[in-house]
Design a protein around this ligand. Structure first.
Ligand code: CAA
Length: 304
């Protein structure tokens, strides 16, 4: 098939599946944007074969949108794999200078997929070692900006905290509610939340599952800015573009230095937390907690 026709067919089917919006990007067609009627440089499909994320860009800013809204963007293994792949794609693209991670203007992510874990043993969790994927998010070399609207809970809060800047919508809710289902945070929450908001508030949040609203998150240094819900992604992209105008190597080195200040010695804690998280799957209470969530009932804990 003629390569152009084949591209058109491919993007047509992606559009039909809802994986791509807007016209076929002119750049992909090998033409400058203004020569294709209706072409918009704002919505470019980069890695459009994903099922659970959308990967686009706006100028120098990559945008990865979690796209599993019916399950509140629960971070199932396949979604995480796509997210990491999309981030690494943007990281490898010299035209991209900052990356926004978002769930859109309704929900960021309600955490790891509880249904996926409900029947897993500690050994299953250790062998799956899904959380190791998060180390690849941490290794992305470009500034990551989380645009958080709605719930950022459990792994969702941890995903926001692995980013360099959090832009929160007014309706954002941050929390580590794993305790409610007989677990603890497993993707860095005990370490990064403690460093972000301090030991005492972090303990309060992790032991009770209490959430912070956007203003509280701003006040306690978890969010860098709070904006109206409708413009949270726009603001994050605007911030990404502002960073993109700065000297790239300065940006890279400044980020590395801040990361060292923040993450120095965190790795040990993260490894420790990850093992404890997996270990909890050996308890009856964790399975009671997760099953109760799936069954939509209150859990009963026995301390076993
Ligand atoms: N995993 C799997 N499915 C989830 C989910 C999760 N973390 N969070 C929400 N969902 C699903 C619900 O089961 C429901 O699916 P169905 O329609 O098929 O029943 C759908 O998303 C909508 O959720 P709700 O009906 O519960 O929505 P709500 O508005 O009443 O409540 C909520 C919203 C308060 C966020 C509630 O969904 C909730 O408490 N979710 C779980 C939050 C949580 O405990 N997160 C931590 C997970 S463990 C973890 O993340 C470990 C780690 O550190 C890596």
């Amino acid at each position: 098939m003629d390569p152009l026709a084949s591209l058109s067919a491919r993007f047509g089917s992606l559009r039909a599946k809802g994986l791509m919006v807007g016209p076929i990007p002119a750049e992909i067609l090998g033409q400058p944007p203004d020569t294709v009627k209706g072409a918009s440089p704002r919505t470019l499909a980069r890695m459009p074969d994903y099922e659970y994320v959308l990967s686009t860009s706006d100028g120098p800013v990559g945008i990865v949108t979690l796209n599993r809204p019916k399950q509140l963007n629960a971070l199932a293994g396949p979604l995480m794999a796509e997210l990491v792949d999309a981030l690494e794609g943007h990281d490898a693209d010299p035209a991209i200078r900052a990356i926004v991670i978002t769930g859109g203007s309704s929900v960021f992510a309600a955490g790891a997929d509880i249904k996926e874990m409900a029947e897993a043993s500690a050994v299953d969790m250790l062998l799956r070692n899904n959380i190791a994927l998060w180390d690849r998010v941490q290794r992305v070399s470009k500034p990551l900006i989380a645009a958080v609207a709605g719930y950022a809970l459990g792994g969702g809060c941890e995903l926001a905290m692995i980013c360099d800047v959090i832009v929160a919508a007014e309706n954002a809710r941050f929390g580590q509610p794993e305790i409610n289902i007989g677990l603890i945070p497993g993707a860095g929450g005990t370490q990064r939340l403690t460093r972000s908001v301090g030991k005492f508030l972090a303990t309060d949040m992790v032991l009770t599952g209490r959430m912070l609203n956007a203003e509280q998150a701003l006040h306690h240094g978890l969010a860098a800015r709070v904006v109206p819900q409708e413009i949270v992604v726009e603001e994050a992209v605007r911030l990404g573009k502002e960073i993109a105008q700065k000297a790239p190597i300065s940006v890279r080195l400044a980020r590395e230095a801040i990361t060292r200040a923040f993450e120095g010695r965190v790795d040990d804690g993260i490894e420790f937390e990850r093992k404890l998280f997996y270990l909890l799957f050996a308890t009856q209470d964790s399975h009671e907690g997760m099953r109760a969530f799936v069954d939509k009932r209150q859990p009963t804990y026995q301390g076993r």
